[in-house]
Write a protein that binds this ligand. Sequence first.
Ligand SMILES: [Zn+2]
Ligand SMILES: [Zn+2]
Length: 77
Amino acid sequence: MHTCRNCNQSFQTELALELHRDTCSAGQLFCQVCGDRFSEAAATEDGWHYACPNDDCEGSGLKEDLYLIEDLRTTTH
Ligand SMILES: [Zn+2]
Ligand SMILES: [Zn+2]
């Protein structure tokens, strides 16, 4: 079983989870260092300092390594 860490929905296969993560409304942030997505809540504790929640990733800083998916969408058309 594969579980989306953003919304806790479960999927039978890793592929299904991958597809879901593209549309998961809870995955609002994108880390350009590791390419992962996660919710804002997972990346910050105080709403000020943002860091990638992956242990093996050094990504940190909103609009430095971490970007809002919404911002990426509006800047790539
Ligand atoms: Zn999800
Ligand atoms: Zn990362």
